[in-house]
Design a protein around this ligand. Sequence first.
Ligand SMILES: Cc1ncc(COP(=O)(O)O)c(C=O)c1O
Length: 398
Amino acid sequence: MKVPFLDLKTQYQSISEEIDIALRHVLNTTAFSGGPQVERFEEQFASFCQCKSAIGVGSGTEALWLTLLALGIGRGDEVITVPNTFIATVEAISLCGATPVFVDVDAQSYNMNPHLLKNAITPRTKAVIPVHLYGQMADMDPIMEIAGKHGLFVIEDACQAHGAEYKGHRAGSMGDAGCFSFYPGKNLGAYGEAGGVVTNNPELAAKVRMLRDHGQSRKYHHEVIGVNSRMDGFQGAVLGVKLKYLAIWNEARRRNAQKYRELLSGMDGLILPREMDYARHVYHIFAVRVRNRSDFMTELTEKGIGCGIHYPIPVHLQNAYAFLGKGAKSFPVTEECADDIVSLPMSPELTGEQIEYVADTVKRFLHPSVSSKRGVQKTEGHRMPGAVHQAESLVTTN
Ligand SMILES: Cc1ncc(COP(=O)(O)O)c(C=O)c1O
């Protein structure tokens, strides 16, 4: 049996009629850059996120970067975030000229540890970026409280958390702004590159809107130096169709996570992701922790099961951030995660049979003497290079 890491083709096939009509509409109206489909999606996504405004931009990286710029953050400022994230969170801080400052993550949630936040604040600190990693929101109440006391902006990196909740609040709605990636592999993914900023602050929304369009307030009137980060019409059209299904798809991910839990809980040598009591996790990634990760991944790959590591090298240990001078052991929880974390296949399209097959393979690897009730089928699995070993799909995850 083949179990792809995620299955965008099956998802497309399930909504292809609507998608094709929406794309044809963009062709017929030639609304290729911005336009009515992008505007409609912006309105609907703002409402989905319990926010007043949403601004479609070119990518999640640009959503973060433009939000920081719009908040006036630049050279000489410090922005606190976590090293346990995709590098884009930190790149956005660097792109606006500010200095990233890291705090380690909590060992249960893998998200920002609020107890470490206070000590990282200096007179130069301007903002905090909690990352809602894997689809679970960071512990926002204490983060908001500390940020409020010190007059810091809070920008939620919600690039992996479309529709996730913290005590009933949707991702993106709690901070000054929330930034989303619509990279194809995300819970809400475009058919190309796209991102979005949501906020309840009309001034901030207006600034981000200007910055994404060359700093224009109206055509050829440039108030500030901006960039071209407009969302393209095709992406607006695709996202508008897919947003209608996001809640159903997130539910399916939650059901699939529950099934993994039923089949794999209590296994020696395996740590399952923990859903915190304050959170409604949307399982963008289902990350487990195992001993002998390399052999484990080889075994899954040979059995035709796509798997990945999110992320194998923490940001502070990347060459690009060597200049920060944070060597090994600077952030032990992040570094331990990087050593043994593995992401199992997760998508709304996973079938019960596929989950059973993955669970069976995991069990047999960890405890070879235990024979399961279902036979594990032999496949000709193949191995692909890179951090994600994927069975048959060109797009995986960032
Ligand atoms: C946590 C996080 N932040 C930022 C980004 C950047 O988004 P994009 O790839 O759309 O630029 C991603 C994308 O993978 C992400 O996972």
